[in-house]
Design a protein around this ligand. Structure first.
Ligand SMILES: [Zn+2]
Length: 297
């Protein structure tokens, strides 16, 4: 399932082709994905110019020269690919000189790029958990899908001081607090496991236990904030190269094939220098947690 770094990689891949382009035509091949397409989906997008591509948590937001904003979610298996005659290699997106619509190609956007060349952006989603919705620009942040989302895990705003406040008094396990999208938006199971391993913190300890009521920040909240930002940044950086090199036979992208430090390493030796522990799997809130009981306290 695509997590935030994959979505950010897709955004960075699409932006050079889509930004400044005019949407010449839209072909919508189904009435719905996970949700029905918005009414007048084709009509409202045709003729619009793409101003910019944004991202909020795992939502891609395509901003046009007038309403609506197009909100896209990749679901479990969604991907975009670019068909363009002359396109530079860009991470996260695959280039094909020509294309014929495949069985899971649900939407095709035909563009005239800022440079005046033709291009097509195809949305493919075999399992159809992805979706596309409209919002008005003015009310985007209060859209059903985006309202209530917590802070982005990518920027400097996520620091030890903020975690000290967010987690104060929380008895829920650290793992669950990090997965709570109302606190931090877009962190998924894989990167939560990895961040906790990097920070040397147990996923089982109460979130509030790393905070201090008397000080603005603690060594543990500082370590965790840094670990989260670095894990996401590293995944985005790695994503570019791994996506570029990995394409399924049908042309759809393979999502990241990272070498993880904790995730999916049950029974293997901990990779932390000086630690002789073994990565253990436990189930928390119905989901697998991988951690090293020896060095994650
Ligand atoms: Zn260890």
């Amino acid at each position: 399932m695509p997590e935030l770094p994959e979505v950010e990689t897709v955004r960075r891949g699409l932006a050079p082709v889509m930004e400044g382009a005019t949407i010449v035509a839209v072909e919508q091949r189904r009435p719905d994905l996970r949700f029905p397409f918005p009414e007048k989906f084709v009509e409202r997008l045709t003729g619009r110019r793409v101003e910019s591509l944004g991202r909020r948590a795992k939502y891609l937001t395509i901003h046009l020269d007038a309403d609506p904003v197009l909100i896209c979610h990749l679901g479990m298996s969604g991907s975009f690919r670019i068909h363009a005659e002359e396109a530079e290699a860009m991470p996260g997106v695959f280039h094909h000189a020509r294309g014929e619509a495949g069985p899971h190609d649900h939407v095709t956007f035909t563009l005239e790029t800022a440079a005046g060349t033709p291009a097509q952006i195809v949305f493919n989603d075999p399992r159809r958990f992805g979706f596309m919705l409209f919002s008005d620009m003015a009310t985007l942040s209060s859209h059903t899908m985006l309202a209530g989302l917590g802070i982005e895990p990518t920027g400097n705003a996520l620091d030890g001081v903020l975690l000290n406040t967010l987690f104060a008094g929380r008895r829920t396990p650290l793992k669950a607090a990090l997965l709570d999208q109302r606190l931090i938006a877009g962190l998924g199971n894989i990167y939560v496991c990895e961040a906790l391993w990097r920070a040397g913190l147990s996923p089982r300890r109460a979130a509030g236990s790393i905070t201090s009521p008397n000080r603005p920040t603690t060594a543990r909240t500082e370590r965790l904030a840094t670990a989260i930002r670095e894990v996401i940044a590293d995944a985005i950086a790695a994503g570019g190269s791994s996506l570029r090199d990995y394409v399924h036979a049908d042309g759809s992208p393979g999502y990241f094939q990272h070498s993880f430090s904790a995730y999916d390493r049950e029974g293997e030796a901990c990779r932390r220098e000086g630690c002789s522990g073994t990565i253990t799997r436990i189930v928390q809130s119905g989901r697998s947690t991988f951690y090293c009981p020896a060095c994650q306290r």
